[in-house]
Design a protein around this ligand. Structure first.
Ligand code: 5CA
Length: 441
């Protein structure tokens, strides 16, 4: 993409209404624009990152055997009356009436809808277990939307729902998702620790929050550094292997990790001081096992292997896809701007022509742009504008693409270009061929 033809409204000044670094950087780098309190438009650069995050979440859900569908944002109030949550949910729910005075709501979550959909077609034990998910916008009329996309009113969530014949199966589905989350966050380049959580309004008795450490997080968290040393996603257990599953659960819960809601001072004191990690954390995911809460209240039954009717056991599993963009920036930035992990970067390479008025530089930059895939690959953002070099550098650092290639007249005379890695700041002079070879892929 040529910057001279792109839409990337970056700002020099720090926006006055933004308090935390990710919100400031998202506004300055032209990723988002607020359109109403807690509601954001995703500008082209932000939209690309959102899509990349979403795709990684999707791939890891698919790998874990979850099945994607898409449910609507608007739901009928009657659906929520079946579970009793329509009245219980309170003012966070945005309630809407259509022209026929029918009551609707903008979904804050989808337990009721998925239960109704699955209930109406699942007949017997052969139809279970299943985990279904979608990636869809949610609305919660937060009393104090703040920190940009971190606590928005409209936000993008991946929500998965599992249906099992018995508790052992449901626990298996729960840990399949837990492992999928560990893989997902690792691929996204963030260290997210699952912490025992109080389950709150969704209900249930087994629940973990996935927390990314960041000084601007909303909750206080405590965990044993031993957590980081272990490869949790490598534990394998087959369905029906209750012993293996229990062993995994025992191992997981033996490493201390808790939010302020579930913190236990006595257990914390047993963690060696040099392994105690304490700080603020951002909740990027939350998983729940809640048994028959919705299946029972919404009249879902399937026929068991022995012919008897069974009320399925359920769990739900959320990831804050749009919040993750803020969390990634909180965890990965410096004074100059964002440092995108390659897995989510909007473009991999920022190509800077220092002199748009110099025919040799233009020819060389155009050539490299074409060879790196140009428009077709979508991997390169090419600053071909007629601007000062200093301003171009500042913009590239701000938007945080992993690699920068700088083309200037002096280097060209010697047959070299400069390759800079955004994360380390390391610069190298290379021939065009070597630079291309380094960036191929
Ligand atoms: N139904 C369950 C699981 S699918 C559920 O709704 N869980 S939740 O309330 O914990 O939300 C899931 C995730 O969405 C949270 O972990 C958080 O990352 C994200 N989230 C929740 N509220 C907001 C918000 N106001 N703004 C941005 N992200 C949010």
């Amino acid at each position: 993409m040529r910057l001279s033809r792109y839409f990337m409204p970056v700002a020099k000044e720090t926006p006055a209404d933004a308090q935390i670094v990710s919100h400031k950087l998202m506004l300055r780098a032209g990723l988002i624009r607020q359109t109403a309190a807690g509601i954001y438009a995703w500008l082209p650069l932000g939209q690309r990152v959102l899509r990349n995050i979403e795709q990684i979440v999707r791939e890891e859900q698919d790998r874990a055997g979850a099945i994607e569908l898409l449910m609507p944002t608007l739901q009928s109030a009657d659906l929520w009356r079946q579970s009793g949550r329509y009245d219980a949910y309170g003012p966070e729910m945005l309630r809407i009436k259509d022209r026929h005075e029918r009551e609707l709501l903008y979904g804050p979550t989808n337990e009721e809808m998925i239960t109704a959909i699955f209930r109406d077609s699942a007949r017997s034990y052969r139809d279970l277990p299943r985990t279904l998910y979608h990636i869809q916008w949610k609305f919660r009329d937060e009393i104090r939307p703040r920190f940009g996309v971190m606590r928005g009113r409209e936000f993008l969530m991946k929500d998965a729902y599992s249906f099992d014949m018995d508790e052992a199966g449901a626990r298996h589905s729960y840990f399949e998702q837990l492992q999928a989350y560990i893989r997902t966050f690792r691929r996204l380049g963030v260290q997210a620790v699952p912490m025992k959580a109080a389950s709150g309004p969704i209900g249930g008795d087994l629940s973990h929050e996935f927390i990314v450490l960041a000084p601007t997080g909303e909750s206080e968290v405590f965990y044993d550094a031993a957590f980081e040393a272990e490869d949790w996603s490598s534990h394998r257990f087959e369905r029906g292997d209750t012993a293996g599953l229990n062993a995994f659960f025992k191992r997981l819960t033996s490493v201390y990790a808790a939010t302020d809601e579930t913190h236990d001072e006595a257990r914390w004191a047993e963690v060696p001081a040099d392994r105690q990690r304490q700080g603020r954390g951002i909740e990027v995911g939350h998983i729940f096992y809640f048994g028959t809460k919705y299946s029972a209240s919404m009249g879902m039954k399937v026929q068991g292997r022995d012919g008897a009717e069974v009320v399925p056991q359920m769990g739900s599993y959320g990831i804050g896809v749009s919040r993750l963009m803020g969390a990634i920036i909180e965890a990965s930035h410096d004074d100059a701007g964002i440092i995108w992990p390659e897995a989510v970067a909007p473009y991999q390479v920022g190509l800077i022509n220092m002199r748009a008025d110099h025919a040799g530089c233009v020819a060389a930059a155009d050539d490299i742009y074409a060879k790196l895939g140009g428009l077709a690959g979508g991997r390169v953002l090419y600053d071909d504008r007629d601007e000062r070099g200093g301003a171009k550098f500042a913009t590239m650092d701000l938007i945080g693409l992993p690699w920068q290639v700088v083309i200037g007249p002096k280097g060209l005379e010697r047959g070299v270009v400069e390759l800079k890695q955004r994360r380390t700041g390391e610069k190298q002079e290379l021939s065009v061929e070597s630079a291309l070879a380094r960036l191929a892929g």
